[in-house]
Design a protein around this ligand. Structure first.
Ligand code: ARG
Length: 459
């Protein structure tokens, strides 16, 4: 019969537009594996409760394995009345094994089923994210290790500030991602909570062994309240919040590289593999990969914000609004995973131009070091800052660089300047090496960061 799974109390037909509006199979078929795994575990639990015989379980599992194989080979035939992955799988199971298929849903509801499938799917997704993020950090760390000797200006307000190592900058982005990786792992205990056995809302009336179900499916804990079990989607929100923050970091790194890849900076050149041209301006090589990384962050935040709006104000337990959890979750996963992999490729293949970075090191970025020189002679920093500022003004007025001022010039600003001022202060390498307190840009401290991240990536 063409009857819908829930059609018993209905006499009228579903409007075709309503069918399309209501269906989720077109996208929730992505959870076909999780749905089948959940059903197999549930069939076994039903036999522990005495609802199914051992033989019946065998038949059901065999049938479900055939359904799994049909999905895997692309041979699963979707029927017009299939509404979602749960009804489609059950319909197909019953076609294969007959009326026994109808026993599987005993005590179960799509409400505890869908929440279970979503959590199982997301746990797999988190593992993939973890892998991609770990690989991205790994590429950044290796690159930083190889390019420790390259110096560049460090910026605040996009104005040259102080000399730093290029690797120090790259590692700063890696540390954002390292925190993202930690946060990602921390989501797991809250995703890995089993809803199955909560029934439609009130619980399972067949004394189903939920601890057995959790063990079978690899969940860390059980939903402690059935109303919560079917109604909670905070794990989806948290994942998308995590993704929003992670993409914020991807976006900020991309922005640095967009700026650095302009002709005006010329610090990096993207490989052709991650650039595109202009349809009209033949000379153009655009950093589209980076711009998409930056742009995707908006989309990912939108997925999160949109679904939170759907959740807000819902009455307790399951409401069909919750079906809106899937597309943003899948979309977030797809685009974040792609972004992490693209960022990985961009970083691994771009050219870094040492000479351009070092050419950008104008002497004024040593003005702090000039002030520090006098601090070491005992003058309070507030005064030395002022003296150094006057040296900058003097050099500017004469249209020369700081090191071109003579010892006499310096001594006119402070008698404590000595013969060694040029040698001590106007040396970029010496400047970065003085930043050797933990977290600084000296070579030793950059190596320490590399070691910290390498150690972290082992876990
Ligand atoms: N397709 C539905 C969803 O994704 C499954 C749950 C439907 N449950 C229900 N009582 N209508 O949320």
């Amino acid at each position: 019969t063409k009857q819908k799974l829930w059609g018993g109390r209905f006499t009228g037909k579903t409007d075709p537009l309503m069918h399309d509006f209501n269906q989720s199979l077109s996208y929730d078929k992505r959870m076909h594996v999780q749905d089948i795994n959940g059903s197999i575990a549930y069939a076994r639990a039903l036999s522990l409760s005495g609802i199914l015989t051992k033989e019946e379980v065998k038949t059901i599992v065999k049938g479900l394995e055939q359904v799994r194989a049909e999905w895997a080979s692309g041979q699963f035939e979707v029927k017009a009345d299939d509404e979602d992955i749960h009804t489609a799988n059950e319909r197909r199971l019953s076609e294969i094994i007959g009326p026994l298929g109808g026993k599987l849903h005993t005590g179960r509801s799509r409400n505890d089923q869908v929440a279970t499938d979503m959590r199982l799917w997301l746990l797999d997704a988190v593992r993939e994210m973890d892998k991609a993020l770990t690989e991205l950090i790994g590429v950044m760390v290796e690159r930083a290790d190889k390019e420790k000797d390259i110096l560049m200006p460090g910026y605040t307000h996009l104005q040259r500030g102080q000399p730093i190592r290029w690797s120090h900058l790259l590692l700063s982005h890696a540390f954002y991602f390292h925190n993202d990786l930690q946060r990602l792992k921390e989501l797991i205990p809250r995703i890995s909570v089993l809803p199955l056995g909560c029934g439609a809302l009130a619980g399972n009336p067949f004394n189903i062994d939920r601890e057995f179900l959790a063990r079978e499916l690899g969940f860390l804990s059980l939903a402690p309240n059935s109303l919560w079990g079917v109604g909670d989607r905070d794990f989806v929100v948290e994942f998308m919040m995590w993704a929003s923050l992670t993409m914020t970091h991807v976006s900020r790194m991309a922005e640095d590289l967009v700026v650095y890849s302009t002709a005006e900076f010329g610090f990096v050149t993207l490989s052709d593999a991650y650039s595109t041209g202009s349809s009209i301006m033949p000379q153009k090589k655009n950093p589209d990969s980076l711009e998409l990384l930056r742009g995707k962050s908006g989309r990912i935040f939108g997925n999160m914000a949109g679904f939170v709006m759907s959740l807000k104000g819902l009455p307790s337990t399951y409401n069909k609004d919750l079906q809106e959890d899937k597309e943003p979750m899948f979309d977030t996963y797809d685009h974040v995973l792609a972004s992490l992999n693209i960022a990985n490729g961009v970083i691994a293949t771009m050219n870094v131009h040492k000479e351009k970075m070092e050419a950008a090191l104008t002497l004024d970025v040593l003005a702090t070091d000039l002030a520090d020189y006098l601090v070491r002679k005992g003058i309070p920093f507030r005064e030395t800052h002022h003296i150094s500022g006057r040296a900058v003004a003097l050099a500017e007025a004469r249209n020369v660089q700081l090191h071109q001022l003579s010892l006499k010039d310096y001594q006119s600003l402070s008698p404590l300047f000595e013969e060694d001022v040029h040698k001590v202060v106007f040396d970029f390498e010496a400047s970065v090496e003085r930043r050797c307190a933990i977290g600084g840009t000296s070579k030793g401290m950059v190596e320490r960061q590399i070691a910290t991240l390498r150690e972290a990536l082992k876990h």
